[in-house]
Design a protein around this ligand. Structure first.
Ligand code: ADQ
Length: 458
């Protein structure tokens, strides 16, 4: 079996308890092949030289971890500037928030070149290389230019927007051409794959030469949809441990007479938080029986606070929650409990299980793993209901959820009301079907499917 080499923007230590399903699943595969994980250490060197960074290689059991520091200038241009200020908003269909006139592209190229230069000497001829996400799109092209002939796969964790949106990025042709340096390109959903197909046919006169195979720029690339999943068994095991059980019991005691709704997100404008809060406001107005009865627990973890659009969304959310609590709240009931923090992973399953309804309503999301975690955490005899945005990649799989258009505030409020009133038998039937899907397409399926496909191309 070939050795697996994983490259991602941030290096995660698969042994740390905070590691999510992805780090754990990749960690397992890395362990079984004696693999290498390469990425940024998270450290920013104040007065370092652009395009340079210290590499540290250490052994974590059978897995080699190779981490590189970035200097301030590279971090600002590559990570904050281009990846999170240009690619993230455009790929989430938000041209209005993209800093398209920026000169960050050169920093993005410089850091990808740096990654390639540092990774190249660590590679063996037979390695299977798996590169992750929008930070590193040009990495394979950089490696190829240095003579790397290994099989290289790429997985995009975020959506790929339609051609007309992508084409607003001044360097879109260069960016999309870079995907043809890979052997395999994986997307979260069929919708993303279709956008890729339209783009390359329209902009690069690509030909389809077989199932999912595209030829353009003198190269052939295999493309496919590989929807990511969670580690269901691991998450359910967490749910049986005492931290989750305590969280469940404390939450149910604290809100003993209430119906509970939950939202768990990074505080990001793609997650549709203001729209969700407005829909909850509409629920209280249109269906007043929920006043003094329903409480929304919204947890939003701090994220990318040095990017302007993120500070804006935080203020908007705080003022919306404050207004609703002021208008509807009473001494013995607050409609919204908003917490701007990360919940410890081991408490999450208990929190999900204590709630009657989950609101997963992003305006756009590659997949959204919170939706899958909520399903996995439910009590099968008395499960909660998932209200899910049709614009999350997860909606292609989780069709038995109550699918909503998050921009349609009254429509979303109506779906929430339906969720709160759903009879037990319907809740059980929907949940059983959802759980079967989440279980079948778990993170191990995703990992295995992608790597098998990558190993078989060429
Ligand atoms: P994210 O945008 O980070 O990931 P998501 O998939 O929803 O989105 O969440 C990732 C993890 O973070 C989940 O395990 C969740 O439990 C955890 N999390 C989020 N908010 C939290 C909070 N406040 N407290 C504690 N934990 C929290 C990107 C893409 C997604 C895609 C994933 C994986 O944007 O669309 O699903 O990658 O490919």
């Amino acid at each position: 079996m070939s050795r697996l080499v994983v490259v991602s923007n941030r290096l995660a230590d698969p042994r740390k308890p905070a590691a999510g399903g992805l780090a754990v699943a990749l960690g397992e595969t890395l362990k079984s092949t004696g693999g290498l994980w390469f990425g940024w250490s998270g450290a920013v060197v104040k007065d370092g030289t652009p395009g340079e960074g210290e590499l540290r290689v250490h052994q974590a059991g059978p897995v080699t971890l190779a981490e590189i520091d970035l200097c301030q200038e590279d971090h600002d241009a590559y990570y904050r500037g281009y990846a999170n200020g240009v690619l993230w908003p455009v790929f989430h269909y938000r041209l209005d928030l993209a800093n398209l006139e920026s000169g960050y592209l050169s920093g993005y190229r410089r850091v990808n070149h740096l990654f390639a230069r540092k990774l190249m000497p660590l590679l063996k001829p037979d390695d299977l290389i798996w590169i992750h996400d929008y930070h590193l799109i040009p990495l394979a092209a950089e490696l190829r230019a240095m003579g790397c002939d290994n099989r290289i796969g790429f997985f995009l964790h975020i959506p790929l927007p339609p051609q007309q949106i992508l084409a607003a990025i001044p360097s879109h042709e260069w960016l999309m051409r870079a995907l043809f340096a890979y052997d395999l390109v994986g997307f979260q959903s069929e919708a993303d794959l279709l956008n890729f197909s339209h783009y390359v046919k329209a902009e690069a006169t690509a030909e389809t030469i077989g199932a999912g195979q595209f030829r353009a720029f003198n190269s052939t690339v295999q493309a496919g949809a590989f929807p990511i999943g969670i580690d269901v068994n691991e998450f359910q095991r967490l749910g049986r441990a005492h931290e989750a059980v305590d969280t469940y019991e404390n939450t149910r005691t604290e809100y003993s007479r209430r119906r509970l709704l939950i939202g768990v997100d990074r505080l990001d404008y793609s997650k549709g938080l203001p729209q969700r809060i407005r829909a909850f406001n509409e629920l209280l107005r249109e269906y007043p029986e929920n006043q003094h009865s329903a409480t929304l627990l919204q947890v939003a973890s701090p994220s990318r606070e040095d990017v302007d659009a993120y500070a804006d969304i935080q203020h908007e959310l705080e003022s919306l929650c404050g207004a609703i609590n002021g208008n509807y709240g009473d001494f013995d009931w607050m409609p919204i409990r908003y917490i701007h923090r990360t919940v410890a992973r081991k408490r999450l399953p208990g929190l999900y299980r204590a709630c009657d309804v989950a609101l997963v309503t992003p305006l756009r999301d590659g997949m959204n793993l919170v939706a899958k975690e909520f399903i996995a955490a439910q009590d099968e005899a008395d499960p909660g209901v998932l209200v899910l945005s049709r614009f999350a990649g997860a909606a292609e799989q989780l069709t038995q959820a109550l699918l909503v258009n998050p921009y349609d505030i009254p429509g979303t409020a109506q779906a929430i009301q339906r969720a709160l009133q759903m009879p037990l038998a319907e809740r059980q039937a929907r949940h059983a079907a959802l759980l079967e899907n989440v279980r079948k397409y778990d993170v191990h399926w995703w990992c295995g499917q992608f790597l098998q496909t990558l190993a078989a191309v060429r």
